[in-house]
Design a protein. Structure first.
Length: 264
């Protein structure tokens, strides 16, 4: 067993509010163009029983000068390796949008390579891996990419209006979009862990039907929760989502865990 005290994962893992006596660790994986700091409010709001680890991808903020990774499998391999030192206690995964696909692939690696069944997989704002769409945002010019980001309302408008900042962040955003849009699911055994799927009822990136298809990717309990809002519905419902995740993690400690359900 790895110990989190024996290896430095400072490049990939940010621990804003260490809770060394926690019962479970929650790994938060950002959306395309996102950074670890996006989850700072989630980390701050989680109860003391949950130690929150936020993933920082290359090519942004303090990792701006590092080579970009533009495929979900490549990112999953790197994050999986970075997380191994933190598996001394139950590990849960939470990803939004591209981060949901990444969280799923990391869960597959944990179960397949280490026989570690995550305490929970919470996926948000992303269709199931088996629900394919042809998307080409990553092939647009810079103006087209910025227009997409403005439409989803997940990026500070001030950043999108600052030409110098845009030049710095667009390569990472384009690489992330390429990773998300070229991701192809490879069929394999379903997960064994509980899966909770969160979706906005007006999200242009995923329908409720595409979100429900996550149920076919696990033999464990499945829950679907539909929120009012678009792709970044989680910003408007942060308190409820934090409460829901804390409840799911607590339930994962109980015999049988949560039941399969679809919540309105």
């Amino acid at each position: 067993m790895y110990s989190p005290l024996t290896k430095d994962n400072g490049l990939w893992i940010r621990r804003f509010h260490p809770r060394p006596d926690s019962r479970v660790r929650l790994v938060c994986l950002p959306h395309a163009g996102g950074s670890a700091s996006f989850y700072f409010p989630v980390s701050r709001s989680m109860p003391g029983t949950v130690d929150v680890l936020c993933v920082q991808y290359p090519g942004r903020q303090d990792r701006r000068s590092e080579p970009l990774l533009d495929s979900v499998p490549a990112l999953a391999d790197k994050v999986y390796e970075a997380l191994l030192p933190w598996t001394d206690r139950p590990l849960a995964l939470f990803g939004h949008s591209m981060g949901a696909s990444l969280a799923y692939e990391i869960a597959r690696r944990l179960e397949r390579e280490r026989d570690i069944v995550p305490a929970a997989l919470v996926v948000s704002g992303r269709r199931a891996p088996s629900a394919h769409r042809d998307e080409t945002v990553h092939l647009r010019d810079d103006d087209g990419l910025v227009a997409e980001m403005r439409g989803l309302s997940g990026t500070n408008p001030q950043l999108l209006g600052d030409e110098e900042v845009l030049r710095m962040i667009l390569p990472a955003i384009r690489a992330d979009y390429r990773a998300a849009e070229t991701y192809t699911w490879e069929p394999g055994p379903p997960l064994r862990c509980p899966v909770t799927c969160l979706v906005g009822d007006e999200d242009p990136k995923v329908t409720v039907e595409e979100a429900t298809a996550w149920s076919g990717h696990t033999d464990g309990p499945f829950t679907l929760k539909v929120f009012p809002g678009g792709h970044f519905f989680l910003a408007q419902h942060q308190t409820e989502i934090v409460r829901l995740m804390a409840s799911r993690l607590k339930a994962s400690d109980q015999p049988g865990g949560p039941a399969r359900s679809v919540a309105p």
